[in-house]
Design a protein around this ligand. Sequence first.
Ligand SMILES: C[S@@+](CC[C@H](N)C(=O)[O-])C[C@H]1O[C@@H](n2cnc3c(N)ncnc32)[C@H](O)[C@@H]1O
Length: 393
Amino acid sequence: MDLPSGLDMSGLELPQPDDDAIEYSTRLVAAMVERIERNGGLIGFDEFMHMALYEPGLGYYSGNAIKFGAFGDFVTAPEISPLFGNCLARQAEGLIAQGCAGRILEFGAGSGKLCGQILNSLPNLEQYLILDLSAELKQRQQYYLRNILHADQFDKIEWLSGLPENFDGIVVANEVLDAMPVHMLFKQREWLELGVGYDGKRFDWRSFAPGEQVLAAIREIEARLGDLPQDYRCELNLNLKPWFSALVQSCRRAVVIIIDYGYEQSEYYHPARNRGTLDCYYQHHVHFDPLIFPGLQDITAFIDFDACADAAEASGFDILGLVTQRQFLVANGLLEDAQRQSENGDTHEQLALSQQVKTLTMPDEMGRIFKVLAMQKNLPLDMPAMQRGSPGG
Ligand SMILES: C[S@@+](CC[C@H](N)C(=O)[O-])C[C@H]1O[C@@H](n2cnc3c(N)ncnc32)[C@H](O)[C@@H]1O
């Protein structure tokens, strides 16, 4: 089958999508082209990314793509090892022992692995709530979790269609904020915003004058860090503020644990990082062209953790700390857990465990780039894993 418009690979050496995938993507391309035409010839990249990931029934997360694991496009920590979920379960146990309610609310539960790992490790948890934008993933989570959990554990899970009211407990979001649509900016003499147009064959980049909110946000960053150089491209996530402000309103007494890849602001907007942080994942290939394969590939942007903490604090959360994933996992007993399991396993299992620990914690794998940001509302408690000097730092 010929590649239809919008699926041009721009010379990238990527695996060829099969006929079903091409047909599926072609429907999304048509919806995007219609939106672009209705909007006078271009849409902001944030809107393009939103459609590419979440257009009902067609977007990458809202449609049929396999997404996670060996047959998908990327692997997340709970897919790599149950050791990850065990650490979060131990952290939750510590918080519950200090008076936090025994309930977890997980955003964006992906394949459901993390939920399964936590419920298996914490049989006394009262309730596990899942809120995912993807109806397709919700079905997949239900199928998977029904199969791996005892009925009494499975019955503790409730899938929500919106934020709960007066939530008491622990909120977890692993690799969720990186899937939020971002604005794309480019600095020539002035700041320009990058949008997406369509030339009749493929999507292309078009620039336009940024709106007030975008301009104010990037100028505030420059006021803090100094002027950024010419020919500088970067992303801006304006969804953080509304997300945290909705979350804080739905929480009564809660701890929120955000895990994702990202940098502090001075590193995120470092003058040398002049091509931004946007990555695309397609069948375990990472590349930088978000305009190809609409609906078939994941598009993500790193997290600016200072912007994240500022948005959370301005909304009313108290920040408990920001540490690397390595530090968080080690402080929550990762190494002891792996050692215990290793003693009971055969050589093959021991090797697998050692590889999993490496992937989760080594600085050149997930250990440094991935970070954990924790915050609380109305729960003045101790979270030693969030102190920078804690083990593993
Ligand atoms: C990269 S996946 C991570 C999945 C899972 N947490 C894991 O670690 O394997 C992103 C997930 O976040 C969901 N998602 C993105 N934005 C969301 C939001 N604002 N609220 C709830 N879920 C969201 C997507 O549907 C998807 O399940």
